[in-house]
Design a protein around this ligand. Structure first.
Ligand code: GLN
Ligand code: ZN
Length: 787
């Protein structure tokens, strides 16, 4: 018998839209290639929405979520909904809404965002490129990238797109109870960027924006939606006081419309915004109970009882099965405080998790039992609801009792599994000496030794690691994976590719060579596949941006390295040249950041375990005679917590993990690291604390501006500021690179400068690569003559 006095509702802030088999991705790409018209694309969108709503209803959710679908990005949908397409596109009235949408997303003459460096990540300043797509940037601390709205003092708003209302009608016609979702006005303004006028404050647009939001809400109300979820995730950020104080009036105005508003926050604790969020004149509040469980009690106390509290108790950011008993223990006292009224939800949109476990056929049943992807999370919500209604005790129906038992068994198996807990790894970490993260001597001493050893010219030239992943390489790998190419033949093929890359570099006259990464599919997957403690999904795709998806590895257990991972390839490459061959590894923070990470121990511990595995690889490379080793860490900055008060803690363990991976070597072994485009200025002391002998960074697109911070900070070690933008097929001229290097020499002591491209060359073709590198080597020679 269930207790019907308990009004428990379930819902989710959003659902993955890409489709179980990435149907949306393929439909988009067909459309962009001109093989499929808008009507066909719209039909795919409709089918996917109908399917995803049906899943939500069939899982027993009380509402389906409408408005989370987007052909490219949900923020871009709002740009059209709110009528603020940037004037710089000069759109004409004849152009269809959808084609304007894709123009903003992808630029007019080509495809800026698709030409990534191959790291699966998007990069910030695409606005500098000719294609003039909207800039793209990370959605809070996720790996999802949204399109950045552009605001000027003249930006006007109007209700300009029917799509949201059409989708609501679509869901209603299918018989669903609808909760519509919007990005809230303050988050929308915050996430945009001011263009044009100096000192223009985008918050000043709020008064123009609010009437349009009211109109949107009016329309939704007229359609009879039950609720409108209005997302204000910026409540979890350190907000300037003007932004904080704008909330009350904003929600006072929007609440006038009279449609029930569920204000949603996620990703980060509310902290000083907690009482504000509880006080706002809205009908309900959704909070992230996974990222901020410690705030739940105060929220349950502070939020007036007539308001709905939605607790995001199921992790929307990770792939682990929820510990339902633990969740129930958290929820029961909150239920009491809320007079038996509670909503249950995932912590945030399920956009950040793969679609379903059902498609996976290669996991063994044990590991599979530990996981829950988006569709499985829907079922968890239903079980939680039934369990709470039945008081988790004698009143439970058989299905719920069974589901709880299955969940309990899975949690117990994960907790006890020897595959997760490896004594040797734990002991090694415990016994790690305090100075394991310190090189033997300071940089000055190391530099002197390395200079004597390698005798490199000034302005030494190198590359970041990968050379073009040609069709031949890709099809060899595909053939090998399908079993059509034997392991021996595959290895021979890769050795030939490595030899080719080495020979090219020799004839170009580069000083420090690389093997070219032909054998690597992806810089994280390659290592994950060889380390213990990782598993891979077949179809665990998560949207990164537009049609781009990534398939992150899952770190399920203690990490260790059964055997050397890169030594054979590197030694082979070194045997082909008298020049130093740079070993090439991915660093612990990047491996961590681009994976689904276990939630049963602190991330710092997992990072250190990976660091020790990489440390062993570094030691083996050194032992095998490799004198220069690069440990890539492009993801250090993106791991920063959303709250500044938590930066230090993260940066401490992150930089320690890097140093642990790098510090086993002798002074004469040179450690490089590499980072892609990122604002470094606010974390320069920590980047310096990584103590790499050489750091290469992406700077060409900022015209070396990024280097100024390093100069002002007097960054002590050597630096290779990128002089060749590898995101574009354009070949930079020698003079252009000379100019960049002269700019660099004005801020960094020339003796500490290296000459290299911005990032790896895997997405480029050989002919352009050759010309660009020839120009780069010539530029370095010219610099040597000047300084
Ligand atoms: N070594 C890697 C490469 O060259 C680095 C990639 C990256 O920084 N994203 O491809
Ligand atoms: Zn890079």
């Amino acid at each position: 018998m269930t207790n019907t006095n308990k009004a428990i509702h379930t819902h989710i802030p959003g659902f993955p839209r890409i489709g179980a088999a990435r149907e949306l991705k393929f439909a988009l790409e067909r459309h962009w290639r001109g093989e499929q018209d808008e009507a066909a694309l719209e039909a795919t969108g409709r089918e996917l929405r109908a399917r995803h709503w049906a899943l939500q209803r069939d899982a027993g959710l009380d509402f389906v979520t409408v408005g989370d679908f987007a052909f490219y990005d949900q923020v871009a949908n709002h740009i059209q909904l709110l009528g603020c397409e940037p004037a710089r596109y000069g759109f004409s009235a004849e152009q269809s809404q959808l084609s304007r949408y894709f123009t903003m997303a992808r630029g007019r003459s080509g495809d800026a965002h698709e030409a990534g460096c191959g790291c699966g990540q998007a990069h910030g300043e695409t606005g500098l490129q000719a294609a003039a797509a909207l800039e793209m940037t990370k959605w809070f601390d996720t790996n999802y990238h949204y399109l950045v709205p552009e605001f000027t003092p003249d930006t006007a708003f109007s209700l300009a797109c029917e799509r949201l209302f059409d989708e609501v009608a679509e869901a209603q016609a299918l018989g669903h109870a609808v909760k519509a979702v919007l990005v809230g006005p303050l988050s929308f303004l915050w996430l945009g960027k001011a263009r044009g006028a100096e000192g223009f404050d985008r918050l000043s647009l709020l008064d123009k924006l609010l009437p349009v939001y009211s109109q949107v809400l009016d329309r939704l109300k007229a359609q009879g939606v039950q609720w409108v979820q209005i997302d204000e995730p910026i409540l979890g950020l350190d907000l300037p006081s003007a932004w904080r104080s704008a909330f009350e009036n904003t929600y006072w105005q929007l609440n006038q419309v009279g449609v029930p508003l569920l204000l949603a926050t996620y990703f980060s604790p509310l902290e000083e915004n907690l009482s504000l969020a509880c006080r706002l004149p809205v009908a309900g509040l959704h909070v992230d109970g996974v990222r901020a469980p410690h705030e739940l009690t105060s929220i349950a106390d502070w939020l007036p009882v007539h308001k709905v509290l939605s607790v995001g108790i199921v992790d929307g950011r990770n792939i682990w099965r929820t510990d339902l008993d633990a969740a129930l223990a958290v929820l029961a006292p909150i239920m009491d405080k809320r007079a038996g009224k509670l909503w249950l939800s995932s912590s945030c949109s399920l956009l950040h998790t793969p679609f379903t476990l059902a498609a996976e056929t290669t996991f063994d049943s044990e590991i599979r039992s530990w996981l829950a992807f988006a569709t499985e999370k829907l079922d968890e919500l239903y079980v939680l609801k039934r369990a709470l209604q039945g008081d988790a005790g004698a009143n439970l129906d058989a299905g719920t009792t069974e589901a709880l038992a299955v969940s309990r068994a899975a949690i117990a198996s994960r907790r006890a599994s020897p595959r997760v807990h490896q004594q040797a790894v734990r002991e090694r970490l415990q016994a790690m000496p305090a100075d394991a993260d310190q090189r033997r001597s300071g940089f000055t001493q190391r530099q002197a030794e390395q200079r004597a050893r390698f005798k490199l010219p000034s302005f030494p030239t190198t590359t970041i690691g990968s050379f073009p992943q040609t069709q031949a390489i890709r099809s060899a790998r595909a053939g090998f994976k399908r079993g059509e190419l034997s392991a021996a033949d595959y290895e021979t093929k890769m050795r030939e590719e490595i030899a080719y890359a080495v020979q090219q570099q020799e004839s170009l006259g580069l000083d420090v060579l690389v093997h070219g990464e032909a054998e690597r599919n992806d810089m994280v997957e390659y290592f994950g596949e060889q380390l213990d403690g990782f598993v891979f999904t077949q179809l665990g795709w998560v949207q990164s941006y537009g049609s781009r998806c990534v398939k992150p590895p899952i770190i399920f257990g203690d990490v260790s390295r059964p055997k050397a991972m890169t030594v054979d390839w590197t030694v082979h490459a070194q045997s082909l040249t008298g020049k130093p061959m740079k070993g090439m590894l991915t660093g612990p923070i990047t491996i961590l950041q681009w994976s689904f990470v276990r939630d049963d121990q602190p991330r710092a511990v997992t990072a250190l375990q990976i660091a020790l595995a990489i440390r062993d690889e570094v030691a083996d490379l050194e032992q095998a005679g490799i004198g220069i080793i690069q440990i890539d860490e492009p993801a250090v900055r993106e791991g920063l917590p959303l709250r500044r008060s938590r930066w230090d803690e993260y940066l401490n363990w992150a930089t320690q993990a890097f140093r642990v991976s790098a510090s086993a070597v002798a002074d004469g072994t040179q450690i490089h690291t590499h980072m892609c485009y990122a604002e470094f200025n606010d974390i320069l002391p920590q980047i310096a604390a990584m103590d790499a002998d050489v750091i290469t960074i992406e700077t060409s697109r900022s015209d070396m501006e990024l280097l100024n911070g390093f100069g002002q900070f007097r960054y002590p070690n050597e630096i290779g500021p990128g002089v060749y933008d590898i995101h574009s097929p354009r070949v930079p001229a020698q003079a252009e690179m000379v100019r960049l290097l002269q700019k660099a020499s004005a801020v960094i002591p020339p003796a500490n400068l290296w000459v290299n491209p911005d990032c790896g060359l895997k997405t480029r073709g050989w002919p352009e690569t050759e010309t660009a590198l020839r120009n780069m080597v010539a530029a370095a020679k010219q610099l040597r003559a000047i300084y």
